[in-house]
Design a protein around this ligand. Structure first.
Ligand code: SAH
Length: 223
């Protein structure tokens, strides 16, 4: 990838990105590492070319297959909450989508595991990880309703599609003192929930952070 592609031109330029960062700060995002990583990450590379001029607007954007790249504010907020649990070694993301949230995470934690149920989306996301030279991401086509048993336990789990209720499997795959950030609810609106596992116990502290709107967590895989 050449430097012009990475830096972006016109509406994808550094100045446009700076405006987005200011907007995130105004909305209450205070984690400097999160703001820095969002500033440095070329969001326009996660969209089809026809939409890339809108990449630094604080809005969700379509990525095909009725799915969306999450709004930057939500990506920032969820990442900030996740990191509040302390330095994280292993993080599981459910719903790779464009790979944007994965890319943000990969620059802030040791290893990211991510699963996506729609094969063409996963393929494109993996291509982006490779082009950006991100070596600490392991991505797989699978139904994340069951987490990803093979690499458990996780210090953090983040779900970017909304189930009706917190899947039991995810709770079982959390490391002691692990954290789960997950939107829960119906197709109209959901609560962003944060669950913290209390030490080595099977008990969790639960908090509702705010109202959010995500695509639904669906079962099975789609090629
Ligand atoms: N984090 C993504 C957001 C994509 S939208 C980004 O930054 O672009 C949520 C994604 O979750 C969609 O791609 C959808 O296909 C995926 N998804 C929905 N249900 C899933 C499931 N059970 N397992 C894995 N992925 C799922």
């Amino acid at each position: 990838m050449n430097s012009i592609e990475l830096a972006g031109i016109g509406m994808t330029s550094q100045r446009t990105r700076e405006r987005l960062i200011q907007r995130l700060i105004d909305q209450g995002i205070s984690s400097q590492p999160v703001l820095d990583v969002i500033r440095m990450t070329p969001r326009h590379l996660f969209l089809d070319e026809a939409l890339s001029h809108r990449a630094y607007e604080d809005t969700a954007l379509p990525i095909g297959f009725s799915q969306t790249l999450s709004q930057p504010y939500i990506v920032a907020r969820m990442t900030e909450i996740l990191l509040s649990a302390g330095p994280l070694k292993k993080v599981l993301e459910i719903g790779t989508g464009s790979g944007y949230q994965t890319t943000i995470l990969s620059q802030l934690v040791e290893t990211v595991y991510t699963v996506e149920r729609i094969e063409p989306l996963l393929r494109k996301a993996k291509d982006r990880f490779r082009k950006l030279g991100l070596g600490n991401i392991t991505a797989e086509l699978s139904d994340g309703s069951f987490g990803w048993e093979k690499h458990a336990l996780y210090d953090g789990i983040i779900t970017t599609a909304a189930p009706q209720a917190v899947p039991e499997e995810l709770l079982r795959q959390m490391a002691p003192d692990g954290i789960l950030v997950i939107p829960v609810g119906n197709g109209i609106s959901q609560d962003l929930r944060v669950l913290k596992r209390l030490g080595n116990t099977a008990e969790f502290d639960e908090e509702i952070v705010e109202k959010v709107k995500f695509v639904p967590l669906l079962g099975g895989i789609s090629r």
